[in-house]
Design a protein around this ligand. Structure first.
Ligand SMILES: [Zn+2]
Length: 301
């Protein structure tokens, strides 16, 4: 974490050591925005949560002027002033778009959840507020990518597909890729339902390792045995709450990148949980009305 004026930028040291790119994960403090909701005030950090925040997404509670100002401040802190920012309308897909081929229009950004390029001067930016941001750098071909991975994108292996696109277009070899997984909601806080457990079970042989709780029972479509009525003696109509499990999105994406051929020693993960640390990050799950962080990467000319 480094300070840049009133902002604090989270960096991945292995990416920071590369002299030919800029990158960073934004954090909450600083900026020109104030979250109006009481939830934010109650969250960890108290007064801090009510303070000025660096909201980088065009949310309904914030003014576009504030967001534009915050983005400018953040891009300046990344030393990316001259770069052309490229953002997405994120739709929890597995679509990876080539950033330098997107039209430079003031209108709606293109739909997708990953950006990649080998051309300097483009700042690839994905927005998150619990989902996992992933930055990729191919150190041989000097190509880069920014990926937004929530549970749906993770299920569709968006990180692996982005590397596949980089291989097709630039000849990227996975063994040359450095991957940095930024702050997302942790295993501690990311409770999901049986439908998520079943989908992961159907697509990943090792999915069990990424879940806490009665994963096998949920994946098989059973109820949690602890809740069976003949054990709890609940009268009919008093249905127990449906059992829940906790998902580790970071572990899932680390495994997917490993299976894609990225050496484990080149995959770096942030320890921060966005929901535990609303003093430093935005958490949609914890706060509902909250800001958006940006993870960005760009090639220097
Ligand atoms: Zn947590």
């Amino acid at each position: 974490m480094r300070s840049a004026g009133r902002l604090r930028i989270l960096e991945a040291v292995p990416l920071a050591k590369l002299g030919w790119l800029v990158h960073g994960f934004s954090t909450r403090p600083g900026g020109a925005s104030k979250i109006p909701s009481a939830d934010a005030a109650q969250s960890r950090g108290g007064a801090k949560a009510r303070a000025d925040v660096l909201n980088l997404g065009y949310t309904d509670w914030d003014s576009p002027a504030h967001v534009a100002k915050n983005r400018k401040q953040f891009f300046h802190a990344l030393r990316a002033d001259g770069f052309r920012p490229v953002t997405l309308r994120q739709i929890h897909s597995d679509a990876a778009l080539r950033a330098d081929l997107q039209p430079d229009s003031a209108g709606d950004p293109p739909s997708g959840d990953a950006l990649f390029t080998c051309r300097p001067g483009f700042l690839l930016a994905v927005q998150t507020a619990d989902c996992v941001p992933i930055l990729l750098a191919d150190t041989k071909q000097r190509a880069i990518a920014a990926v937004h991975a929530g549970w749906r994108g993770t299920l569709r292996r968006i990180a692996e597909k982005t590397i596949g696109r980089m291989r097709m277009e630039f000849g990227t070899r996975p063994e040359d890729v450095i991957a940095a997984l930024g702050p997302g909601i942790g295993r501690c806080c990311y409770e999901v339902g049986s439908e998520v457990a079943r989908e992961f079970h159907a697509r990943f042989p090792h999915a069990r390792e990424w879940f806490d709780g009665p994963f096998d029972a949920l994946a098989a479509g059973e109820s949690d045995p602890n809740w069976l009525p003949w054990l709890t003696m609940k009268p009919p109509g008093h249905a127990p709450p449906s059992p829940r499990v906790h998902l580790d999105l970071i572990a899932a994406n680390r495994a997917i990148l490993g299976e894609a051929g990225v050496p484990v020693r080149q995959i770096f993960c942030s320890d921060y949980c966005t929901a535990c640390r609303t003093d430093l990050f935005f958490s949609y799950r914890r706060e509902h009305q909250t800001g958006r962080a940006i993870a960005a990467i760009g090639l220097l000319p």
